[in-house]
Ligand binder design. Structure first.
Ligand code: NAD
Length: 322
């Protein structure tokens, strides 16, 4: 049994990983300020501290084996409007967390990085050696953290793994996606199925893709969680390992909408709107490095299965009046 601090463990991905850690028999403390998270998402077997990563030094001590760091702001659009909020929380907060880890001599870190660090891809699928040229302050703040972590590994012997998630989707029982405002496609289409939204907007159907709509790589949140447990084992003193996490095959916006129609039995009206600035046509991960270095293999790559889990969660949340 190991002891882990999970920052952002009341959020979507962090709560699912915290649940996996608890189920594997580990001691888990969740540190979350509930700015976008939910107290009830923290697994029953975990300790909960309501606080900010900026103050992590108050709770971190040498009894922890590692930190899994999910806490961040992650709305791409908002980051364009108020970039300073993203630099302060994502970069400033992580600086404080890294200092607290150094002081407490906690020397292993798994960090939630993102496909947004790459920006417009130069080729498909995207590999970890591809250029990083983020197109939003959000992506830039995450890339800055990756650079900070690399320095921490080289200078101070941190063992760190940055996992660059592509489009996280699906749910794990009572833990699923609840962002406000929601910007992710699958929960948005499910809102149409629930009658909360009249139609789904398709931003551009003239991209150079088979059906003209953008193609993205959807990865089930439970597959993602398993990669975090493997990353804890793979972390090596002095090394900053960066791994993409995706299924390696993309689905178009139209395929997602069609799958939601099949899974939910609802009609899902769609309206084709113009392209949004900064949306690359195709974003698909090469996950070869995660396979080789972590021994990770996604087992829920089927889009219908991902949507079915997200639908079960959305109905449950609707029933609970959220
Ligand atoms: N969801 C995705 O598709 C996706 C894709 C790529 C990367 N990521 C990254 O994964 C991580 C988790 O994303 P998510 O979708 O679960 O987001 P989320 O908003 O659901 O979770 C983030 C959690 O961090 C907490 N938090 C934020 N700032 C904090 C602070 N200063 N101190 C303490 N707690 C704080 C929030 O309250 C929330 O519970 C983020 O770092 C995000 O950038 C997510």
């Amino acid at each position: 049994m190991s002891k882990y601090l999970v920052t952002g463990g009341a959020g979507y991905v962090g709560s699912v990983v915290a649940a996996h850690l608890v189920e594997a028999g580990h001691a888990v403390t969740v540190l979350d300020d509930l700015s976008t998270g939910f107290r009830e998402a923290v697994p029953a077997g975990a300790d909960f501290v309501e606080g900010r990563i900026q103050d992590a030094a108050q709770w971190l001590d040498a009894s922890f084996d590692a930190v899994l760091h999910f806490a961040a702001f992650s709305q791409v659009g908002e980051s364009v409007v108020v970039p300073e909020k993203y630099w302060a929380n994502n970069v400033g907060g992580t600086m404080a967390l890294l200092a607290a880890m150094r002081d407490a001599d906690v020397r292993t870190l798994v960090f939630s990085s993102t496909a947004a660090t790459y920006g417009e891809p130069v080729s498909t699928p995207i590999t970890e050696t591809d250029p990083t040229a983020p197109t939003s302050p959000y992506g830039a703040s995450k890339l800055a953290v990756d650079h900070m972590i690399a320095g921490e590994c080289a200078a101070h012997g941190l063992a760190a793994v940055s996992l660059r998630y592509f489009n996280v989707a699906g749910a794990y029982g009572s833990r699923g996606e609840r962002h406000a405002p929601e910007s992710h496609l699958i929960p948005l289409v499910l809102q149409v199925a629930l009658g909360r939204r009249e139609f789904i907007s398709i931003y551009g159907d003239d991209y150079p893709t088979p059906d003209g709509t953008c193609v993205r790589d959807y990865i089930h949140v439970a597959d993602l969680a398993e990669a975090h447990l493997l990353a804890l084992d793979a972390a090596t003193t002095g090394e900053h390992l960066v791994c993409n996490l995706g299924n390696g095959n993309g689905f178009s916006v139209r395929e997602v909408v069609e799958t939601v129609r099949k899974v939910t039995g609802h009609e899902i009206p769609e309206v084709v709107a113009g392209r949004r600035g900064g949306d690359p046509a195709v974003l698909v991960a090469s996950a070869s490095r995660a396979h080789e270095r972590l021994g990770w293999q996604p087992s829920r790559a089927d889009l219908a299965a991902i949507v079915a889990d997200a639908w079960a969660f959305a109905q449950r949340a609707e029933h609970d009046g959220e």
